[in-house]
Design a protein around this ligand. Sequence first.
Ligand code: CTP
Length: 399
Amino acid sequence: MLKGKKIVLGITGSIAAYKSCLIIRQLIKKGAEVQVVITPAGKEFITPITLSALTCKPVISEFFSQRDGTWHSHVNLGLWADAMLIAPATASTIGKMANGIADNMLITTYLSMKAPVFIAPAMDLDMYAHPSTQKNLQTLQSYGNHVIEPGTGFLASKLEGKGRMEEPENIVAALEAFFAKQCDLEGECILITAGPTYEKIDPVRFIGNYSSGKMGFALAEECARRGADVTLVCGPVSAAMQTEHPNIHRINVESAQQMYEVCKERFPSMTSAVLCAAVADYAPEAVAMEKMKRTADDLVIRLKPNPDIAAALGKMKQAGQKLVGFALETNNEESNAQSKLKKKNFDFIVLNSLKNKGAGFQTDTNQITIITPQGKTEYALKPKTEVAKDIIDRLVQQG
Ligand code: CTP
């Protein structure tokens, strides 16, 4: 998993800096390429000569090379790396990272980093437990960084050694697990529906809903990042909603009927479908050709049912194909979700309740419960990008 991977290893001023040598040795043994960036305090604990001998690369510590004044580009390092690992990470470096205080090469490299960042804190117990450190670590996690908690490898008491840097083999194992997961959807073709649908009333009016498409887009990015080929069938969302990964093929539709036709045609060649769109259940029976005029009378618009995309795909589903649905409920949430799971032949259903603050439409966060025929799992309120990971992890586990 680490073969050919380019790792920027950030080393800071902690007694645990000597363990960086063991991390480098293991990374290199597993085929990775390592570039060390060290803070001025880090050099007090371990010499750049040792580190460059192990990595076969000059160690970067200053903005300019002392010999010839060559500029070290943190931007290039940020583009070069497949991952950045800061081990050991002191309380001071963690604080600077959380607050963007770019006063050394390691922090500027962190701020320019395009690859995932792993942080292995190393400090004494009191410093680690201090609310400042904990808050900074939480901030870094909310930015999508991975914290390799100290002491997770200790089997005895979790508190014993808490603050002490995680053992080198466990740090390397965390990186390996991350890269293994990165491509666990290779060869999969996944259909994702996202956003609202608009059902035309006349040339200027429609029936719609508040869905932003954010959850569906986060799912599409997560699947593509893990190696899948993604078809994103997308209702009318804001122009700001753009996909990033090249393996996402976006098909824009407006109405439920259009979404239904695309999904029905594409589903047979897919390995899974995740139906995240908020599809209108009804559409006006007739669309007025001209803009409807105000009159003194009440206005009655007769609605006809739209096709149920989920139920149709549930009927078409073949052995080996997986189908995931969403349910947004306001009452009797779990029993409603359970009956939808059966009715639509889903493998599992993602329930979000409008009762939960921060969950549902338009928000950047979501709080979900995954319901399978066997039981349920509740998750904490998280950014939609993190929720997407939980949902896709479950899809992978589903086998
Ligand atoms: N869905 C769909 N096509 C529809 C309606 C819903 O594919 N015409 C999908 C949604 O994308 C979601 C799931 O079905 O994955 C459940 O949607 P929801 O609107 O909660 O379910 P309904 O069947 O419409 O049930 P109800 O309106 O009775 O709650």
